[in-house]
Each structure stands twice: as structure tokens, then as C-alpha cells.
Design a protein around this ligand. Structure first.
Ligand code: SAM
Length: 390
């Protein structure tokens, strides 16, 4: 890591290295089906802030003060369409299709404000996640049973891992595929948007899909009539993601695909000896990771409909596993499958969340990276948002 990331991150590496070796920070994803107001109140009482609402409040305040040009006003490089959204990404990628107006469910109504600001940046609505402010290293309590259904109140996860879900821009009625879903943090966040009409959550590992099933059992009502549970239910599958490279049946059918790929999991690998991906016995597997990641992203691109969105994410700092994978998959999609796709500019999202997370400074044509920092010890999380054009 010193040799590779020292070169890649330059003067930032020493502080990233220190943060990686220190205790990480968590975010608390609030469960909408377990007295979310009560949970939110309790977490606020402990000093935590709602990451997404906080972002909205800041962006509205900035807009009032004329400081939020990126969010509210067209610029020469990033023109807005007639509904106030940017019509093209920074590197020329067109927007995904227009989201329908928000209508259904209590979740949707109570969070209209968030939805309107988030849709300006094309971020999924309705997700509530609390974090302690920068510099505050308090810990969250364990989840407790809450609400009439006695489901768990919140799910602890790296708050930066919500960025891929937010960037996916799930809107009402969408059919969504979570290609590498276990143990299920992002699947749960996708469900909190209350927007998926159908959600397919897949993972190659049976033991890990078992963990995913447990998360669903303890957080999500069984009754599909409950507001926000996908009408078509959550379909949990145990397949090699490469299946979607070959499947004619499921080609081009999903509105949104999340490819949260297996990776070197840098933070975890520094703290866990057992089954460590950097061990000698797993060298071959490690060397083959970029090829596997490229195939999985390619599979996601083929499963997505033209006009739909694919988000690729990892929890590694490695360029070989991040931007290089996106570049290779986009190229293979064109040459081998006649599928054109383009990475979107995520600098708007970066600007919105820069008070909460530290982002890598070096420019990356394909995505953004949250880098660990002792004052905001989240990540690493890499996010690339891709629109399938044809
Ligand atoms: N998205 C998950 C979450 O938020 O909880 C974390 C996913 S983890 C980073 C990567 C997952 O990819 C692992 O659970 C692993 O079992 C799965 N995986 C590895 N190879 C795969 C493949 N060929 N097809 C599908 N899933 C795969």
C-alpha cells in the first residue's frame, strides 16, 4: 500500500494511512419501517446529524446566499434543462431519463424537500442516515426493535457507502438490480428510497446471501402491502454476476444496476488477518480482481436498459480497481456488445457532501473517491455513475 498508494495519493497518503489504521466511523441508516421519527429523535439527542437533510439545508442556505451555483444555476459547462436539471454531465454524458414526480407513500410526502433538491443532482430520495459531525468520534448504539412490527431501528454502515446508492438515482417504479448485494447494506438503503417496483439482490456466495436474508427479515416488513416495499418483492438470488453477461432474457431490462464489486477492501484488509486478500495464498485471486470487476461491470451494463444508470463502486483506493475498470468496461461494451455508455460528472455530489467526507483531490475522469481522514474516518469508497446510451 505504501508503494502503490504513496505514489497515487502523494502528500495525502500519510494522513490516509493514519486514518486507515484508526477506528472507523459509522453512519446509522434509519429504518423507515421501525418508528423512524423516534429513531431520528434519539440519534439527534446523541448529537448526530441527518447527513442527507443536513446537505439539503446547507445547499438551500448556500443557494439563498448565492453560493450554490452548481446546484441551482446553469453554467456554461453544465447547462440545465427546462426543469432545472443539468442536461449533460461534465464529460458530456447525457442525463438519465426524467424521474417521475414524487407521489406515493408517507415516505415520499414527508421528504418532498429532500427529493426536490436531490433530484436537481439526480440522487435517490428518502434515505435518512445519521453521522456524528466531523471531528466527533462518538459511537452509535446498537439497533433496537422499534415500531409496531418490532423491526430494527437502524443499520450501522460506512456512511460513505451510501453515496453509490444516492448516485444511482432510483425513482418511483424502477426495476433495480443489486449485482453484488451481500451482506445487504446497500440493498437496505435501496429499499429505504421506497421507489423500487422490483428489486433483485444477488450475490455469488450462498453464505453471504444468507446474511442478506437475515437483514431483510429483521429490517423489512414481509407484507408487500406495507408502504414502500417493492410490489414485486425483493428477489434474492445466488448467482455468479457473470450470468448477466450471457442472459438474453434479462438483457436491457433494469432501470438501475448497482455493481458494488468485490475488491481488496483496503480498510478491512489492514485489520483482519483471517482470509486476508493480501495473503500469499490469495495472490492469484487478487491479481485477477480487476478482470473480474470489469466483467461484473460489463454484465451490469448489459442488464441495464438504454437510458438507464449503472453505478460501479468499491471500497478500495486502487486506480486499477476503480477508474481503470470503468474505462476497460466502457471500451469492451462498445467493441464487443455495441453498447455505448458514458461516465457522469459527480462533482455536484462531491460539492454537496464535502463537509461530511474527504474526497480525493486528484482528478478522475470516471468517478469520485472518499478517502479516509481522522476527522471524518469514512471510506475508502469509489463511486462511478454511468449512463447507458444505447
Ligand atoms: N453491496 C454489499 C453491501 O452493501 O452490503 C457489499 C458487497 S461486497 C463489497 C462484494 C460482494 O461481491 C461480496 O459479497 C461477494 O460475495 C460478491 N461477489 C464476489 N464475486 C462475485 C460474482 N462473481 N458475482 C456476484 N457477486 C460476487
Amino acid at each position: 500500500m505504501d508503494a502503490t498508494y504513496g505514489l497515487q495519493l502523494g502528500h495525502m497518503w500519510e494522513s490516509v494511512r493514519l486514518a486507515l489504521l484508526c477506528e472507523r466511523k459509522y453512519g446509522a441508516l434509519v429504518n423507515a419501517w421501525a418508528d423512524s421519527d423516534g429513531t431520528g429523535g434519539e440519534l439527534r439527542r446523541l448529537g448526530a446529524v441527518d447527513l442527507v437533510r443536513d446537505v439539503v439545508t446547507r445547499s438551500l442556505a448556500g443557494r439563498d446566499a448565492g453560493e450554490a451555483r452548481r446546484v441551482s444555476e446553469p453554467t456554461a459547462e453544465r447547462p440545465l434543462d427546462e426543469r432545472g436539471r443539468e442536461s449533460r454531465g461534465g464529460d458530456g454524458a447525457p442525463c438519465p431519463s426524467d424521474p417521475p414526480d414524487h407521489e406515493g407513500g408517507e415516505l415520499g410526502k414527508s421528504l418532498m424537500l429532500e427529493s426536490s433538491v436531490l433530484s436537481t443532482l439526480r440522487l435517490s430520495p428518502n434515505i435518512r442516515c445519521f453521522t456524528f459531525p466531523r471531528g466527533d468520534i462518538s459511537r452509535f448504539p446498537q439497533p433496537w426493535p422499534a415500531g409496531a412490527l418490532r423491526l430494527l431501528s437502524h443499520y450501522l454502515l460506512d456512511a460513505a457507502s451510501l453515496l453509490p446508492v444516492l448516485a444511482l438515482d432510483v425513482q418511483l417504479g424502477h426495476r433495480v438490480l443489486d449485482l453484488c448485494a451481500a451482506p445487504g447494506g446497500k440493498t437496505l438503503a435501496l429499499l429505504q428510497t421506497a421507489c423500487c417496483d422490483q428489486l433483485t439482490s444477488n450475490d455469488v456466495s450462498a453464505s453471504r446471501t444468507g446474511r442478506l436474508q437475515r437483514v431483510l427479515r429483521t429490517y423489512v416488513p414481509r407484507d408487500a402491502e406495507e408502504a414502500g416495499v417493492p410490489a414485486g418483492g425483493v428477489s434474492v438470488r445466488t448467482r455468479d454476476g457473470i450470468f448477466w453477461l450471457k442472459s438474453a432474457e434479462e438483457r436491457g431490462v433494469y432501470d438501475r444496476v448497482l455493481v458494488d464489486a468485490p475488491c481488496t477492501n483496503d480498510r478491512h484488509s489492514l485489520h483482519e488477518e483471517e482470509n486476508n486478500i493480501f495473503s500469499r495464498s490469495r495472490m492469484k485471486e487478487r491479481q485477477q480482481l480487476p478482470a473480474l470487476q470489469t466483467q461484473l461491470l460489463l454484465a451490469g451494463l448489459l442488464a441495464c436498459r438504454p437510458g438507464g444508470v449503472v453505478v460501479y463502486s468499491t471500497c478500495s483506493l486502487s486506480q486499477l480497481q476503480n477508474s481503470c475498470v470503468v474505462e476497460a468496461a466502457l471500451s469492451l461494451a462498445t467493441t464487443n456488445h455495441n453498447v455505448d455508455a458514458q461516465a457522469c460528472d459527480l462533482s455536484g455530489m462531491r460539492a454537496l457532501f464535502s463537509h461530511a467526507f474527504t474526497f480525493q483531490e486528484e482528478e478522475d475522469r470516471f468517478g469520485e473517491t472518499v478517502i479516509p481522514h481522522v476527522a471524518a474516518n469514512f471510506g475508502p469508497i469509489y463511486v462511478s455513475k454511468i449512463v447507458r446510451l444505447s
